[in-house]
Design a protein around this ligand. Structure first.
Ligand code: SAH
Length: 366
């Protein structure tokens, strides 16, 4: 049996684990702080633990983040981190610096099973869910690489579960990782600074609202079921009317008073003026903001990005109707770190052997 990896545990689980061999809850708090606040992976350096415990722990447990395989940086400061998650699989996280904040975009699965038509990760198929250690380990490693600003604050102030995979399809591990992000003894991020992005797994949205409500983003991408069925196939299971109702339910407990609708603008596919008008009526009952993402091409993709004037016209229709809409500035494209380009290296267990790809994310302007 491999030793338990303590990066897999949130505070409650770590407390229970320590209790299993007669250690008090405050030991769990101490170790949690060492691991996540200070990025410590060596029990010997956890100097406020009793010496006997320090010496005993290596025989009982390990602290193992996913190994960092590569890190790349663009001129604008966007960074892509590639992590080894074993068996020839690798996943990516992307750091996006902006004025006043720094956002880390984290992956939750090796590959993705949802097969959205316009997404590089979906094209490469699904391998497996990431463990809690692999999810939180991306933040652990990125914090180590990025460090603190001159004021002593961590450079990473926001986290989005918006990298490879569908977080709500890896529900338990994503929620445990979220709890660590929020825990004052770990990363201490506010609920408003942590966002889950989903293609719309309706029952899991309800569970998230109860288990760990954080900011919510929905990958919408189409104003009607006929089009969304083709772009985001999970729509056939949870169509738009159900999705909008789930958004309203979520908002009852959400830390923000709106959900964010992400909308990838694909030339000639979903970027017509009538699409914008249909979006306005679709989302009338939901307090929301729109984040438009000009489509990011990737090797083998059949779509084209909407031209800037078409993007502008689409956004204008929304704005004139009083809908808040921003256009996400594409960042990290030169290192294939933009939205939908993240592909790591995945051995698809569901179909074929996937081609090697890469990818990452970006963030918004206004
Ligand atoms: N599975 C989750 C999280 C990962 S996707 C979800 O669907 O929300 C992160 C965001 O990137 C989503 O909004 C997704 O639709 C978008 N995206 C995917 N492929 C893209 C592409 N080629 N260009 C631009 N954005 C893309």
């Amino acid at each position: 049996m491999p030793l338990p990896n303590l990066l897999d545990f949130d505070a409650a689980q770590l407390t229970a684990w320590f209790a299993g061999f007669g250690e008090k809850p405050f030991r769990a708090t101490q170790v949690l702080r060492w691991m996540h606040r200070y990025g410590e992976a060596d029990f010997a350096d956890m100097t406020d633990l009793a010496r006997a415990l320090r010496e005993e722990l290596p025989a009982r447990a390990a602290i193992v983040p996913p190994p960092l395989l590569a890190a790349r940086k663009t001129k604008d400061g966007t960074r892509k981190f590639l992590f080894d998650v074993g068996d020839g699989n690798a996943v990516e996280a992307v750091f996006i610096p902006e004025a006043g904040r720094g956002t880390l975009c984290v992956s939750t699965q090796a590959g993705c099973a949802l097969e959205c038509a316009f997404c590089a990760t979906g094209k490469q198929g699904f391998n497996r869910n990431l463990s809690v250690a692999e999810i939180i380990g991306q933040l652990w490693q990125a914090n180590k690489a990025l460090g603190r600003d001159p004021k002593g604050e961590r450079v990473i102030s926001n986290v989005v579960l918006m990298g490879m995979g569908e977080p709500l399809a890896n529900f338990d591990n994503s929620v445990t990782a979220l709890r660590l992000m929020l825990d004052d003894n770990a990363y201490g991020l506010s609920r408003r600074r942590v966002t889950v992005s989903t293609a719309g797994l309706v029952p899991a949205m309800d569970r998230l609202r109860e288990a760990c409500p954080v900011a919510l983003a929905i990958s919408l991408h189409a104003p009607d079921d006929a089009l969304r069925d083709t772009l985001v196939p999970i729509n056939r299971k949870y169509p738009l009317a159900e999705l909008m109702a789930a958004c309203r339910r979520y908002l009852e407990k959400a830390p923000r008073d709106f959900v964010t609708f992400e909308y990838v603008l694909i030339d000639g596919v979903n970027d017509h003026e009538h699409d914008a008008k249909a979006l306005i009526s679709l989302t009338r009952q939901v307090s929301c903001k729109f984040n438009m993402i000009p489509f990011n091409p990737f090797p083998g993709s059949e779509y084209r990005r909407s031209r800037p004037e078409r993007v502008r016209r689409f956004v204008d229709v929304l704005l004139r109707a009083g809908v808040v809409a921003t256009v996400r500035k594409t960042r990290g494209e030169e290192i294939e770190a933009a939205c939908g380009q993240l592909a790591g290296q995945i051995r698809n267990k569901t179909k074929r052997v996937a081609p090697t790809a890469r990818g990452m994310l970006e963030e918004q302007t206004s």
